[in-house]
Design a protein around this ligand. Structure first.
Ligand SMILES: O=P(O)(O)OC[C@H]1O[C@](O)(COP(=O)(O)O)[C@@H](O)[C@@H]1O
Ligand SMILES: [Mn+2]
Length: 653
């Protein structure tokens, strides 16, 4: 009885929005129409690692989707060279037009031809969407004109003159350049309905900030946090160990200038401290990883000193956090205790190793984790700079608002690293605040704790725990973002023997090859086992050694192909992306990208090969998507409202 009553109450609320039979029926018709439209295209990109140029290019070309649309539309009417030129114009309209304007003799002719072509292309790309959705993507300036042009039928005799006159007046009023730029950007937006970033935007490459700005400007995006992203999120929250780690990696890849110039973080205290402490130390193990011509020897030597100073600070800070959080089970990582400072050796897991470098002027051997006064002051200043960097805070708050540890989207499970598993394929457990969690619940719990680390009030126990959790997510064994047992940073700097550098991947990385395991994971995340896929980044696929990104009979796709230049030697390509449109799932592998300039001048696209991973027998519609399921519920509710009107249970207004 109660349910009927509350149902009626809900319908009465709905009736306020749809106060008559005709209003409710119109909405049902609209929604049904949307449900029958083809599913929008999803675009998946991962492990960008600051490589903004290939990233921006892949976004602009929609991993080849724009080229394909041009091909489908103009295959018999345009030459290859013209198609290439049109594609470049769509990707880089401003820069390409600047070049063309300089060279072209009859620029109005060029405008006329290309405006017509672009309108056709835009029409074709928008055919999947409702008018209202397209309208929302149109720029203010040209909204009315583009809308008119998109919905005019050029073949209709009556409209031909109208259509022509719009195009002519764009040219005559000298607005062609702006129009071409505007419509090209609309096309770029239309070819991708949703962009999924599977993590690791930060570290190693030159400009993660440009990647972040580009994402913040994108029309539809979600992010699954990578270990390198959570590191910067922890750093922006003020977590000292995350700050030290982020700086250490930036020094390792000679990217400290973005910290200073872009994020406005003052590195002078660290630089002065490092120069003083390591005045006569060449810091050989800390020479940044860059090609010789990029940075002068003097600069390199300064970076190496800062690199060593921040690394030692990091190891000391880890001591604090590991002791503070016994539940992280990381005592075995307290390595500074295991050093024999007189002999220059270290004992790890029962084995003695000679240290490559045993010059530790800031370490008190009777209390190795104790900070010097100068170190304390450097850390304090860095924490304040990170917390007060407006730009970093803007980027990190975007990562929190659009991001999560994992995402289920249209029956796919998107995770940067893994679902932590034990050898026997059971879900790994971890105790957090006295309660044991595993599988999906563990990931949900970690995410909510991490959010508290950023959003909670300063100096609260929740905030501190949340910040510590962000560091754990960077490096802990139960972290789905990291997915390895230990991060052997100390060993990599100080021990020659590679055996000591080994990081063991979570059993997930072997077990995921088995379809049954994938199904168990789908069930854990409430996904339909028949239709679902896992999509991962994080571990570069060594395709040059014959490894396939498609695993477990197509149930799992690993799309880290090495956007990061540092990893391209390993993979042999320059990255994978994934496209999921209404017909199929397509894996695109990209060849190295030279530069945007080269792409514009020579009209060279990134050469890529596309492999169809899965072809759908029946074209997917909006009805088959998550958004479609919500719309279907709305339709059902409206149908009940209609019935209530007809039965007189609710009166029309
Ligand atoms: O390649 P580098 O800079 O030495 O970094 C190696 C470190 O990076 C990690 O692989 C983590 O980074 P990824 O998420 O990109 O794999 C650690 O496991 C490892 O210790
Ligand atoms: Mn990663």
């Amino acid at each position: 009885m109660k349910t009927v009553e509350s149902e009626l109450k809900y319908l009465k609320l709905l009736a306020k929005q749809y106060p008559s039979i005709s209003k409710a029926s119109t909405e049902i018709i609209n929604l049904e129409a949307i449900l029958n439209l083809p599913k929008g295209t999803e675009h998946f990109i991962t492990d960008i690692h600051g490589e903004y140029e290939p990233f921006v290019h892949v976004l602009k070309n929609g991993s080849g989707v724009i080229k394909r649309k041009i091909e489908e539309l103009f295959s018999s009417t345009m030459r290859e060279s013209e198609k290439k030129a049109l594609a470049t114009l769509v990707y880089y309209p401003e820069q390409k037009l600047d070049l063309i304007i300089k060279e072209e003799e009859n620029i109005d002719d060029f405008y006329r031809i290309n405006i017509y072509r672009l309108i056709e292309l835009c029409k074709y790309a928008s055919s999947k969407y409702t008018r209202s959705k397209v309208r929302k993507l149109l720029p203010e300036d040209f909204r009315y004109i583009i809308e008119e042009l998109l919905h005019e039928n050029i073949d209709s005799h009556h409209k031909q003159n109208y259509y022509k006159s719009i195009v002519e007046s764009i040219i005559e009023t000298d607005r062609s350049k702006e129009f071409i730029i505007a419509i090209s950007k609309v096309i770029q937006k239309l070819v991708v309905d949703r962009l999924h970033i599977l993590g690791d935007i930060y570290d190693r490459g030159p400009r993660p900030d440009i990647v972040m700005d580009t994402l913040m400007d994108y029309h539809s995006v979600d992010i699954q946090w990578g270990n390198h992203d959570i590191l910067w999120m922890g750093a922006a929250s003020g977590e000292k160990t995350c700050i030290a780690n982020a700086l250490r990696i930036s020094a390792r890849y000679a990217n400290l200038d973005i910290i200073e110039d872009i994020y406005g973080i003052n590195l002078l205290p660290l630089a002065t401290f490092a120069m003083e402490i390591y005045k006569d130390d060449s810091c050989d193990s800390f020479i940044p990883k860059i090609s010789d011509q990029d940075v002068s020897t003097k600069e390199k030597s300064l970076i190496a000193k800062m690199h060593k100073a921040i690394s030692i600070i990091q190891f000391k800070l880890e001591g604090e956090i590991i002791s503070r959080r016994p539940e992280f089970e990381m005592k075995h990582r307290l390595l500074l205790n295991n050093i024999n400072y007189d002999e220059g050796t270290i004992n790890i897991k029962g084995k003695n190793y000679k240290l490559k470098d045993s010059y530790f002027p800031t370490i008190d051997k009777s209390n190795p984790y104790k900070f010097t006064k100068e170190e304390e002051s450097v850390i304090e200043k860095l924490v304040s700079s990170f917390k007060n960097s407006e730009k970093l805070q803007k980027h990190v708050s975007f990562l929190f608002s659009k991001g999560s540890i994992y995402l289920t989207a249209n029956s796919n499970l998107l995770i940067h690293g893994c679902v932590p598993l034990n050898q026997d394929s059971s879900f790994m457990k971890m105790k957090i605040q006295g309660i044991e969690y595993k599988g999906k619940e563990l990931m949900d719990k970690m995410e909510s704790v991490a959010r508290e680390g950023y959003f909670f009030k300063e100096n609260t126990t929740q905030k501190q725990f949340g910040m510590d959790m962000m560091w754990y997510l960077w490096t802990g064994k139960c972290s789905s973002l990291f997915g390895k047992d230990d991060m052997t940073t100390f060993e990599r700097y100080f021990i020659v023997d590679k055996e000591a550098h080994k990081e063991n991947k979570n059993p997930y990385f072997k077990l995921r090859e088995d379809e049954k395991m994938c199904e168990k994971i789908f069930e854990e995340f409430n996904l339909d086992t028949k239709d679902a896929h896992i999509i991962n980044g994080h571990v570069p696929v060594e395709s040059k050694n014959g490894e396939s990104p498609i695993k477990a009979n197509g149930k799992i796709l690993v799309i880290d192909g090495g956007f990061s230049k540092a990893y391209q030697k390993k993979t042999g390509i320059a990255g994978y992306t994934l496209i999921y449109n209404s017909y199929s799932l397509q894996l695109v592998s990209h060849n190295p990208f030279t530069s945007a300039e080269e792409a514009i001048v020579n009209e060279s696209d990134i050469l890529s090969t596309t492999e169809i991973v899965e072809h759908k027998d029946k074209r997917k519609t909006v009805r088959d998507t998550d958004a479609g399921k919500k719309l279907q519920e709305e339709v059902n509710d409206l149908k009940m409202l209609l019935l209530a009107y007809k039965k007189g249970l609710i009166k029309e207004i």
